[in-house]
Design a protein around this ligand. Sequence first.
Ligand code: NAG
Ligand code: NAG
Length: 178
Amino acid sequence: MFSPVRLVQLSIFLYSFHQAVCKVEFANIKCVTLDPEFADFDYCYLKAVSRTYKYLSLRVKLLETPITKIKINVAILQRLNGYKPFLYNVTIDACKFYKNQKSNPIARYLYSFFKDYSNINHSCPYDHDIIVEKLPISHVNTQVTKVLPVPHGDYLFHSNWYAYDINRAIVDVYATIS
Ligand SMILES: *[C@@H]1O[C@H](CO)[C@@H](O)[C@H](O)[C@H]1NC(C)=O
Ligand SMILES: *[C@@H]1O[C@H](CO)[C@@H](O)[C@H](O)[C@H]1NC(C)=O
């Protein structure tokens, strides 16, 4: 049996271990339009306001609105010998997803990363610019913590944005888990 003191020590150890495995940092972001007549990025950047407050922002102009068919492919890759598939590679029909978010738990999980920081939070059609505004790394940390354990390393959240089944843009977010 553990004495109360040992239990407290153990909890502190587990707590700090838990904190330690869950430190996610943004490393880089790249936004590429594959069809500038259709979608064009106004901005796409990471910003470090302080040691702990870092965020991600992007704005994509949609030039042929309204858009009634959007699919998003999200793949998570881990850097080993080059980037290798890790855990998820899913394609989500955004218009259907919004009508029934319970139907797809993985999509719901991925969506939880940015939904509170984006105006993509409604169903189709889309007739306005899409923004993700000041998504803080602390929020990403909280979401990642929910699926522990994730091995330490370098990761890439690779996303392809399809409209009418044509890939129009790529958003790559590089992150480190230490
Ligand atoms: C995700 O899966 C699709 C379909 O199997 C494949 O074509 C694509 O290359 C995969 N993406 C990544 C980044 O591995
Ligand atoms: C979507 O986000 C906007 C801006 O952040 C907010 O004003 C609006 O209430 C949100 N809508 C829904 C359905 O959550």
